[in-house]
Design a protein around this ligand. Structure first.
Ligand code: NIG
Length: 405
């Protein structure tokens, strides 16, 4: 048989994440597995490699799994909000800071003032940090431009970043993230502008896969979200929502009624909201690092969501305000300790369920014919990841068959 371009062997196990049933069964491990790669894709999976590799990597008893999918990030931004962090440490809440003119608005001012090139230079190291944590695909949102031109600039930056870093990026337009200062007295005017002027260009230039809205006291209402997301859907942009984060707002039910791909945050979700997500098949995206960092207690009820049959994905939610961190393993650890997930569920949150949250079932799994996006760990089991709390046990990252870290 022709040689593989890359052969990975010597693994304790290869987690394919292609099984069915319980979370542990979904991991579908191949004990002492090996992986053969050709042309950037997985050509073979098993225990007895039928050929050698042009290049071979010995996993030295560590486990190997799919590249992580970070399904909710805001890594394109300028400016610094360490002062707000300090204020929160002194007792101010995230909403109080936003109401006083800080929060998202502060990042909007800095982001509007930055050039496209500056935004790229600022985002590259954040993406490199994600990569070192095993992330091979990340969703990235706009939402710090909040005028048509600046939102488009953010989305073009996301597209250009995809060419600058090995991580695959998926764009999301989040024009309803906060009410722009120019529209404080005419919020309906901004929603109309987004629908009439921004979304058609985003769709025409294929700048985003998803259209997202922040439903919150400090942001947008159900009605505003519905009109924006329905208009986006008619243009081919799939709906997602930030809901039930800081205040309970029935947002999960809204997400379910819209058939949204994901409902994100969910700290304040009700039991009706959980049932609605389960019925609609909407993926719940939990962002425990932001619950911690923004001091937005309680943590989302991950256990109740998983028990109700909702797919639970995890993310870093890397952003300057509520989660200034690229630490995948902090998110996984918190998901176990505070959201009530098991280590297997937390691992699925950044693999298979993360991929489902960006509607890409070719990712987050290892399957013959699928992309060879892989992570090799300095640990023999996925259980070590949340247990070695907030520490990084990534040994190597392979993207499309290339060893990139
Ligand atoms: O996902 N919730 C809204 N958006 C971000 C926070 C953005 C910010 O504070 O800059 C989030 O947590």
């Amino acid at each position: 048989m022709e040689r593989f371009d890359l052969l990975i062997h010597g693994a304790s196990e290869v987690l394919t994440c292609t099984g069915e049933g319980t979370a542990e069964a979904k991991l579908a491990p191949i004990t002492k597995g090996a992986i053969g790669v050709r042309d950037g894709r997985i050509a073979w999976l098993g225990t007895e490699p039928p050929a050698r590799g042009e290049f071979e990597v010995d996993a030295r008893g560590g486990f190997v799994g799919p590249g992580f999918v970070d399904c909710h990030t805001h890594v394109v931004f300028a400016g610094d909000r360490s002062g707000e962090f300090e204020q929160r440490c002194q007792g101010k809440t995230y909403l109080e800071i936003a109401a006083a003119g800080g929060g998202i608005a502060r990042t909007v001012t800095a982001t509007r003032a930055a050039s496209e090139q500056e935004l790229i230079e600022l985002a590259v190291p954040r993406l490199e940090r994600l990569l070192r944590h095993g992330v091979t695909t990340a969703e990235v949102k706009s939402g710090y431009g909040l005028d048509v031109e600046s939102e488009l600039r953010m989305l073009r930056v996301i597209a250009r970043l995809g060419e600058r870093t090995p991580i695959s990026l998926v764009g999301t337009v989040l024009a309803l993230h906060a009410v722009p200062p120019e529209f404080k007295a005419d919020r309906a005017g901004w929603v109309r502008k987004v629908i009439d002027e921004l979304l058609p260009v985003v769709a025409r230039e294929k700048l985003a896969r998803f259209n997202d809205v922040f439903v919150e006291q400090s942001a947008f209402t159900h009605e505003e979200a519905r009109s924006c997301l329905e208009a986006g859907r008619a243009l081919g942009l799939s709906p997602r929502l930030h809901v039930d984060q800081l205040t309970a707002n029935g947002g999960a039910q809204l997400a379910a009624s819209l058939g949204a791909v994901t409902a994100d945050h969910l700290e304040q979700i009700s039991s009706e909201g959980i049932a609605a997500l389960a019925k609609a098949g909407t993926v719940a995206v939990l962002a425990p690092t932001s619950t911690l960092f923004a001091k937005a207690r309680p943590f989302a009820p991950g256990r109740a969501l998983a028990d109700a049959g909702v797919k639970v994905a995890l993310c870093t939610n890397c952003n300057p305000g509520s989660s200034h961190s690229e630490n995948v393993f902090l998110s996984m650890g918190l998901a176990c300790v505070e959201n009530g997930l098991t280590p297997a569920e937390a691992y699925l949150g950044f693999t298979r369920h993360g991929a489902d949250a960006i509607s890409d079932p070719s990712l987050g799994r290892l399957q013959v014919g699928g992309p060879a996006d892989l992570v090799l760990f300095n640990a023999d089991s996925y259980r070590a990841l949340p247990y070695h709390f907030a520490m990084n046990d990534v040994a190597h990252v392979v993207k499309a068959g290339r060893l990139i870290f």
